[in-house]
Ligand binder design. Sequence first.
Ligand code: XIL
Length: 673
Amino acid sequence: MIPRMNLINRSVVTFFALFILSACSSDSGPDELPSNPVSGAQENPEPNNPGTTTDPSVDSMPDSMMPVDGGDNAPGGPVAALVLSPLPSPSITEDPSANDEPIPQASELNTITSFQVVRDPAPRIPFKTQAAEFSEEDFARGLPEAVVTVPPGLDTTSNAPPFFEGLENVRVSAGDIVEIRYIPRDPEGELPGMFAQELPEGATFDDNFDGTRTLLWQTFQADVGITAFTVVAIDPVDSLYRSSQTLLIAVDENPTSVEPNIAPTIEPVTSYTVRVGDPAVVLLDGFDRNGTTPTIELLNPPATATLTPDERDPDLQWLQVIPDEVGTVTIDVLTRDEIDPELTGLDQITFFVRPASDFERSGARLKDAAAGSGLLFGSAVSPVFYLQGDGGVYESVASTEFGIMTPESSMKWDAINPVPGEFTFADMDNLMQFAALHSMSVRGHPLVWHRSLPSWVEATAVNDREVHMREFITRVMNRYGEGIDYWDVINEPLNDSDGNMRQSIWYEAMGESYIDIAFAQAKELDPTATLVLNEFDIGFAGPKFDGLLQLIDRLQARSVPLDAIGFQMHVFSSYDQFDELGANMAAVVERGLDVHITELDVAIADGGNASQQAAVYAGVVNTCQAQPRCNVLQTWGFTDRYSFRTFLDPLYLNRSYQVKDSYGAMQEALGNN
Ligand code: XIL
């Protein structure tokens, strides 16, 4: 709860009124799902989209799409491969320039002694131009329409989605407390679940233990403006029925408000398990609820601890320490208020320092066990090794266990090109250096996806999207193509579960032919790489996999240069459809394609346990090993600490990098075949 303060002015805002549900369809809601999954189904890391009721059509082919020798009616076999029209010159958004070139990090802060970490130069174009801002006009229009999503192919007569009872936009003066009670309702009378997306700074969303929750937010001058807060109601019967409700909170200037001056703090306040002798780095960000910037200093630090201002943003400070003995090292970090230096905050960063032997793993390294049967084994990798306090251990695992790596998020559009004309290549450059240093192959991921797009891309005009897509593909492949053997050209083109085409912004602009165009562009730029279509929830029989096969057949009839299908395999410990996985792989191979397991993780389902999880890891490995053309197997990370499903402990090293049953099970399965 927000501590009650001696408030100047308290405007408690609580509403009860009927809220009119309006159905509109688009991506909605974040990823959390109730934890009682359907057996075998994966946690749906993608918000579910309403299904299409029409079959995918390729009739709307843009000019660049028309095949050379006529359309589908060409006599004889499949049409010739697509010939793309040249991209416009100059490009429709500014190309990378020397201004975007990452620069060597001046102070050797990272844990990797063998290469120079590079950092992006200070942004030339303010990133905030990409944030979705809400205006007074938006506020005046009243509560935004709820975004209702239902399982593809179903409608809302069989099961009406939930809604929130009585909400309205809220207007307060800086210094007021906002208090809004969220009452989810379900027409069938059951009690829906709910979760909040990003909370306003300093706000809490408290459980009233009666099915409702209350947003409590002490506002400050720093919050003047319009803040959007979104809560998602989840149907109690079918969690794919959701209602995502955004509410706007306008905070007005209040010159008379004499706000309490809140003590500053640092972000993150956390702890790490580290290996003795590894340089540990933590980027400290001073935070002050009043919107000011505190200074940061260490109190009685260990001899090896230093603070170094970040080259791009001197308000950020790099804490570095080299724990040189086993035990617990706690570093006191003092933050001093910008207005009143006597007002301070004291936080701790804790390092649990363990001997190197604690991180040694017996038996063969996973990549070596896999190589025995010609399987390339690897994982997704993030820039943890130079951005987090446990980067040393992270590097020691990633550099020894994997023969291939996928950049978990560093090659995504919002990471590479957050605003038009601004390119931030450093993290991906560092990952490429890391892979080269450790002789790892690289999977470029993803070139075309409907998520992780900067808001400026989502806002592009439909008619420009083909060129935008091709320009992004061109820029990324030209920069990284030399070091990349596999490209996830298209990621998740199908709806979550029904096998129809996902109504993404790419599909809206080009129909299904966006796939043809993307593969043609990738083939033109890297004729020797393996080009992959990557999808989730295709590791068991069902309409989605059927839809995938139909899509493959259509693409092959159009001579799309597709080489392999990526089975993501984000599953649960209750997964047991290994036969169906094998059959699905065989069906793909029958079409002359390779099969890759690209993102394997195994979340612990309700009632599940580590040994069940291990059996699933082994089962997927065995199924892949039984298919000669399953030649790459990658997991989506390796330590639960940095998994995107972290609360479900889905990986094979725990948060302290200690092996779990799954590690040994995979090691044995990989080595047995
Ligand atoms: C996920 C990352 O793991 C998250 O850190 C990020 O916030 C969102 O994307 N399928 C994919 C991956 O193809 O790119 C997604 O990765 C997980 C689902």
